[in-house]
Ligand binder design. Sequence first.
Ligand SMILES: C[S@@+](CC[C@H](N)C(=O)[O-])C[C@H]1O[C@@H](n2cnc3c(N)ncnc32)[C@H](O)[C@@H]1O
Length: 475
Amino acid sequence: MDFPLKKGAEIELEIESLAFGAKGLARLNGLVVFVERALPGQRLRVLITKKKRDYAEARPLEVLRESPDYVPPRCSHFADCGGCLVQNLRYEVQLAAKQRQVEEVLVHLGGFAQPPVAAVLGSPQQFFYRNKMEFSFARQRWLTREEVDSAQNISERNFALGLHARNCFDKTLDIAACFLLSELSNHILAAVRAFTKGHPLPPYTTRDHTGFWRFLVIREGKRTQEVMVNIVTADAPEGKKAVAELSAALQQQFPAISTIVHNINRSKAQIAFGEEEIVLHGTGYLREQIGACTFHISANSFFQTNTLGAEQLYSVARDFAALTGTETVYDLYCGAGTIAIFISKLAKQVVGFEIVPEAIRDAAVNCGLNQTDNCRFVQGDLKDELARVPLLVQRWGRPDVVIVDPPRAGMHPRVLQKMLELAPQRIVYVSCNPATFARDVRFLCGAEYQLEKVQPVDMFPHTSHCEMVGLLTRK
Ligand SMILES: C[S@@+](CC[C@H](N)C(=O)[O-])C[C@H]1O[C@@H](n2cnc3c(N)ncnc32)[C@H](O)[C@@H]1O
């Protein structure tokens, strides 16, 4: 019998599992239904919101039976915030779901019949696990259901400093407290809000690209306790003075802040990145430790956001690289040289490649900080830097091992092609996106490599993100 599943229909469903994007997956007459805010094991009455040929989407109307793995969410913003989507699901169940999702992606996009995926390594901390938070300023504040219903605080709707609302990237939820970075960061957030709300310079808006305040980025060394505050703004005649005043107020209120920087982003791209940086207090950088290594991190440099999780991630990468001290290693997408330096004592030499100049400068400083003298760094776009492999090999030697850690988009096709020319014995692929990992690994395994093992590492509890390390060896 064909079920009359139409948009607007109300039906009862049992949630089987957690799908990508932290949606509950249910089946009805062979049709998959993705239900937002649903947990495995729940029985729900839902409203069908979208019907496609081979799947439907729904939202819950009523919980008829709660999941055995439900846990009360800790955060008061849970219902509205786009950050921790499954904070109400037992952590062990989150990990099992991530392992299954990685396996499924490798089957469907990677073409592997039985992908060798190990159980996910859990994050050592499940709250306050991040060393960096990026809060956005907005003129359009997301109103919670209670506010809409009660019409309270509506007059305050033209300012927000916080995180994106669930499923609504152009609205910002004003965040009072967040359990991802630290208690101190919540106090800094409140102080920055008090200073900027009602300030003559308004928040920036992407609607017409006007306004001033763009992002508040707080970084905190979990191992060093150093704190960096980075205020990212547009350009404005009175702007530098306003941020200097904010900086002075923060220094007075929070002696624990080690450094404050002001980054000016003149572009329309809504990213917490500046073309001009002004150091207002302290050194302008943060130090953090991963394992025995200390790293110097500039405001614009990438650094793994879960310090204790990164120790696990890098340890897996180091073990997969299986270095004996004689190898030349290329570290592609090396950021501030963190993996390169972490493994350097086990290799003959490591050559890192990275596009961001500040990160390359940090990498050089990091070598000094860690008494590392066998790492070299090359700044540039990898698709250009790898264009002439014979020249690279002449200069640095042929790599025995290549470690890659690309951004979410994965490796550029030209870079993938060049991997075959570099022909290392082992490729250690660190990835933050299972889909592009599966795509790239499929390409490499269609050529001269085989996938030996995949170790997922959870760096982002309560979210649908999953980091992983894959080991590929030459056939
Ligand atoms: C996921 S991060 C990894 C960084 C580093 N491995 C770590 O663990 O901190 C990816 C890095 O790739 C760099 N990147 C992005 N596109 C690039 C490109 N086309 N060429 C070289 N590096 C690039 C980014 O700037 C970023 O530092």
